[in-house]
Design a protein around this ligand. Structure first.
Ligand code: FSX
Ligand code: SF4
Ligand code: F3S
Length: 363
């Protein structure tokens, strides 16, 4: 405690060159670009490393799994090394009484300064008995730990929206954390969220001490401002009316659009088609699987996942996250369907030409 991030790095044997490389990468992941490097250097030269508490409630721990696979190894190494990650049930060495003591010491000694990262929903039925740690309910832990926090981040769709355990009839009363506490919560949804997005949010908090710009659902705009559909590499096929009709058809082999197979990309706000996963290797649609809308509230109850649903209530295909505003849930594909029809008529000539060309090539 009391050390700046640079001092902590020196103690771990990092050189000034490593530090500057780390600052450049941190500026990139935080969305500050090259012009932000000097700002990062200055902040990390002086700033005390903040204490971080990472809570786990009703969830599968994939958010942590995703985070530790972020594609900027130097950023990850340094963050895990220099952050005071005082309490995280998945990664910390202590257990039992020692672990719980570390949690209470951290929040006591760092009042108003520590960051809380929450993974998982909180059960509220039957006095919260469905998730208890050290004899305390998840809800009481959440209240106690967030009371004096500088920032609270909800990792993943469980903490942001309830997710799988909130599926109808939601027997445990699984509740997103923004509904349970009185302070603003930065929502980073996705089941799990993209590692680089998580890294970007944490780094932004560290560098500037503030969250990145948020949208109307308190999600970082930079990563949740566009639909998966807007930058999907299969989009030209959608516009041309070229669709996969069954998983093993010729269209599937040719990488046509998965819209008719139930793809929720047109109503899902996430950075998958830009940032991608696993060090930018791929994302579900690139692997041949439709988007199931994993960051959107209610996606778990809006199945079937592999069927085109034309009757959802919802918004138009060209809406943005903010014009949609309070509309939550995997809203409906009705507007999208209408767009597809119009597009199809407009593109009929193109489709005929493409098919004719395909047939010519095949013969
Ligand atoms: Fe939830 Fe995190 Fe889904 Fe899992 O733990 S968002 S179940 S992938 O990952 O909280
Ligand atoms: Fe991509 Fe799905 Fe949109 Fe088709 S419907 S372009 S597969 S996001
Ligand atoms: Fe989730 Fe869709 Fe991306 S299902 S991982 S938002 S492509």
């Amino acid at each position: 405690m009391g050390h700046s991030i640079w001092q902590s790095m020196q103690q771990k044997g990092y050189s000034r060159r490593d530090f500057l490389q780390f600052c450049a990468a941190a500026a990139t992941v935080a969305g500050l670009g090259q012009t932000g490097v000097a700002q990062v250097v200055s902040a990390f030269d002086k700033k005390e490393k903040p204490a971080v508490v990472w809570l786990h409630f009703q969830e599968c721990t994939c958010c942590s799994e995703s985070f530790i696979r972020a594609s900027h190894p130097i950023v990850l190494d340094v963050l895990l090394d220099v952050l005071d990650l005082n309490y995280t049930e998945t990664l910390m060495a202590p257990s039992g009484f020692q672990a719980e003591k570390s949690l209470s010491d951290t929040i006591e000694k760092n009042k108003g300064k520590y960051i809380v990262l929450v993974e998982g929903a909180v059960p509220t039925h039957d006095e919260g008995v469905y998730c208890m740690i050290g004899g305390k309910t998840a809800e009481s832990i959440l209240q106690t730990v967030t009371r004096d926090a500088a920032a609270v981040v909800a990792w993943g769709s469980c903490a942001c929206n309830g997710c799988i355990q909130a599926a109808k009839p939601n027997p445990t009363g699984a509740t997103p954390i923004y509904k349970l506490i009185d302070k603003p919560v930065i929502n980073v949804p996705g089941c799990p969220p993209i590692a680089d997005v998580m890294m970007g949010v944490v780094t932004h908090l560290l560098v500037l001490g503030t969250p990145p710009a948020l949208d109307s659902q308190n999600r970082p705009q930079e990563f949740y401002g566009r639909r998966v559909h807007d930058t999907c590499y299969r989009r030209p096929n959608y516009d041309a009316g070229l669709f996969v009709e069954s998983w093993d058809d010729e269209g599937a082999r040719k990488g046509y659009c998965l819209y008719k197979m139930g793809c929720k990309g047109p109503v899902t706000y996430n950075a998958c088609s830009v940032t991608k996963w696993n060090d930018g290797v791929s994302y579900p649609i690139q692997s041949g699987h439709n988007c199931i809308g994993c960051p959107e509230a209610g996606f778990w109850d809006n199945g079937p996942f592999y069927q085109h649903l034309a009757s959802f209530p919802g918004f138009g295909v060209e809406s943005t996250a903010d014009t949609v505003g309070a509309v939550v849930g995997v809203a409906t594909l009705a507007g999208v369907a209408a767009h597809a029809v119009v597009t199809n008529i407009r593109k009929r000539k193109v489709i005929a030409e493409v098919h004719a060309e395909d047939e010519k090539k095949e013969s």
